[in-house]
Design a protein around this ligand. Sequence first.
Ligand code: MG
Length: 251
Amino acid sequence: MQRYFFSLLLTFCTLVCLAQPKVVAHRGYWTTEGSAQNSIASLQKAAEIGCWGSEFDVWMTADGIPVVFHDATIDGIRIEDTTYATLMNHRLQNGEFIPTLQQYLTEAKRLTNCRLIFEIKQHRNEKRDCRISELSVELVNMLGLADRTDYISFSKHVCKRIHELAPKAKVAYLNGELSPKEIKELGWTGIDYNTKVFDKHPDWPLEAKRLGLEVNVWTVDGEEALTHFAQMPGIDIITTNEPEKLIRMKK
Ligand code: MG
């Protein structure tokens, strides 16, 4: 009887935990006054509202400077082909300059309550993928942020290189075509997949959990979708453009 009670309690606790995914602000909390995607303000605002983590995207300029920005191009200019000095002619929607990774991480260090979900974009070739991975790990380590940083990428070269450089760091793959078993075999620590991937493979979240992987889903917006994924067993983290709404719903 006692054994039955404890097993019931364990199931209940597991369900409660599963129903409380952590909140990650997608490209920071940018859907609010004075913010912009991947701006320093978006990171500050994500921390301010109590997000568990804040996601951001990193490119490397032609002269090897890592910058925080989402798109491959800005005003028709390809970031990978542009010097950092040229990028300084452009502003984000809230008037900020495009932050260098160093500027962004320096501010992140000050905001001690927010985890960093660090996306390294897929660059033109393997060499650049590896170089940006090396620069990223170097900077994260130099600023003492290794314990607060999780890496994500669509690039297998990036995930592989990060795993080699920082074997203790969490590394999750974004592209969606690898099964939890394949991710586990590669030694990476999680799947961070689009909602459509989990619609197609509804068994993957729990399969990933059984293998000890972390499960993150993006980009989940709107109350219906947020409720759906918040209740899906096996989902650890929800990445959303509406972090404030999700935090409110969890209360
Ligand atoms: Mg991203």
